[in-house]
Design a protein around this ligand. Sequence first.
Ligand code: 13P
Length: 250
Amino acid sequence: MSKSRRPLVAGNWKMNGLKKSQAEVNKLIKKLTKQHLKCDLLLCPPATLLTRFKNAAKGSRLRLGGQDCHGQEKGAHTGDISAQMLADAGATFVIVGHSERRADHQETDRIVRAKAGAASAAGLKVIVCVGETAGERRQKKTLRVIGRQLTKSIPDKSSSSSTVIAYEPVWAIGSGKTPTTKQVAEVHAFIRRKLVQRFGDEGEGMRILYGGSVNPVNASELLAIANVDGALVGGASLKASNFWGIAASY
Ligand code: 13P
């Protein structure tokens, strides 16, 4: 990992979390006051909890983010949430293009790119997710798929301060399976090359997270791989002790 890239450990709570979940956030905030982490710590709870958690985290180093936003600034889109609304509720980051959104809501690269653009326009940092399915890996299409997602999902104006990439193999999400360190290294090196080709020094400075079944036991091995600048954590981010265990492995 380059010296200029400060690692980021991000938790994606997905469709989990109620008011009472604040107990876990309080534990994280308490730990942050006592121990200095060598990475940034970000939590992306459901949007309904952002303001509550933001108030609890006031003055702490815990960052908050949304899990998705609409590609347009505002308008007649019932049930959707805009980037500006997330920022207003306390988010400084937003995840876009998660494979669950791509699969459940038929989000294309073009839609993801619009979301990333809307997020940047609202002043949010954006985490753009990419990753292959099990079938694509079997058919040896991994790098081709990821190359396409990177080209088409990331807006041209992206920079190292605005944009983070998350590599999440779809088959590793929630499955307890992780790629080998060699597989992770290959994909992250490929992503780095693509980012540098397109964005130059800014591409060198963009953080590339690994996501998919990261836990406190496998974190140190995964986070030590070249070009892995942090983790995007699902299930293991729901409990403060597990999430902290991952972040503290730096
Ligand atoms: P798990 O850590 O539960 O595998 O989920 C990963 C993920 O999808 C994070 O966005």
